[in-house]
Design a protein around this ligand. Structure first.
Ligand code: SF4
Length: 305
């Protein structure tokens, strides 16, 4: 007799479950970030966005890598995985393909995602896997006490670049656009209302969404401070930017004299999950029948002992 399919709990449609508040997404673990770290603003926005969208805690998986910001899943009342350095996107992609019903969020920093994890980042975008990637971009490695990261500005002095960084920084927005991301946005921790609305749009988007969040490291980056960002960012919404126009998005992405925040680009095309034949046939791997006899299951499990 073939085994019975594992009965994964059904997803509660967004807005149909218990009405939750941002408070309901706070875990009992208090964030251990430095006071005023930009990551507090990102966490608060994420909690408010999930409450506003009416998603239940049990239907969310939050995956992170390593770094100050990657501690976020511990402070966020959802299922969570604190994975390996630079591997959050890979772990999240696997989870989403196994159970496409989950809302899968990825949280981490610029060093984790745009440095060691950049290969996974690019491939998940070109596949258009339906996950939301929130990068707390502080242009420095904070957890390891202030080394240059992939987004550190050229010439900036850090612990690892005492004579000024000689490497050209990555432009995450331009990279996401050319890699095929179907939702590309930027937000700033010092503008929490705008960040919440941007994160809501990213989560609601079907396909790979990136929100690059300017999230100041108040301890180790004394250049890109809240005050610096306040003087240098402006909202795309104030310019009637057309989010369906790829070329206009790229032109905005390449702006460096002033830094736009908001949605640069959005496009609706089928996701990887919608195109994959196995997922189409079975709905999700967690609900698929194994089609193994009890003896075959036993033999399979013995392989792990
Ligand atoms: Fe935040 Fe920087 Fe402190 Fe890390 S070191 S918690 S990034 S302020």
């Amino acid at each position: 007799m073939a085994d019975a399919a594992f009965k994964a709990p059904a997803r509660t449609p967004a807005g149909k479950g218990k009405k939750l508040a941002a408070e309901d997404f706070k875990s009992h673990v208090k964030p251990d970030w430095c006071p005023s770290c930009g990551d507090f603003g990102v966490l608060n926005s994420l909690q408010k966005a999930c409450a506003d969208l009416g998603i239940q805690n049990k239907d969310i998986l939050t995956v992170s890598g390593i770094g100050c910001s990657s501690n976020l899943p511990g402070f966020f009342q959802t299922y969570g995985v604190h994975s390996l350095h630079g591997r959050a996107v890979a772990v999240a992609s696997g989870a989403k393909l196994a159970n496409p019903d989950l809302t899968v969020l990825i949280t981490g920093g610029d060093g984790d995602g745009y440095g060691i994890g950049i290969g996974h980042f690019i491939h998940a975008m070109r596949r258009n896997i339906d996950v939301t990637y929130i990068v707390m971009d502080n242009q420095i490695y904070g957890l390891t006490t202030g080394q240059a990261s992939p987004t550190t500005a050229i010439g900036m002095q850090t612990k690892s670049t005492p004579e000024g960084d000689i490497e050209h920084p990555i432009n995450p927005i331009a990279l996401a656009l050319v890699s095929g991301a179907t939702f590309v946005a930027r937000a700033f921790s010092g503008d929490p209302g705008h960040m919440t609305e941007t994160v809501k749009k990213a989560i609601a988007h079907k396909g790979f969404s990136l929100v690059d969040c300017f999230s100041p490291c108040v301890t180790y980056n004394k250049v890109n401070t809240y005050q610096w960002f306040r003087q240098n960012v402006y909202r795309l919404e104030d310019e009637q930017h057309k989010t369906g126009d790829f070329n206009a998005a790229m032109a905005k992405a390449l702006q460096t004299e002033k830094l736009p925040i908001g949605v640069f680009y959005e496009n609706s095309i089928p996701t990887y999950e919608e195109l994959d034949a196995t997922i189409k046939k079975n709905g999700s791997a967690v609900r698929a029948r194994l089609e193994l006899t009890p003896d075959e299951q036993k033999a399979l499990l013995q392989g792990f002992y």
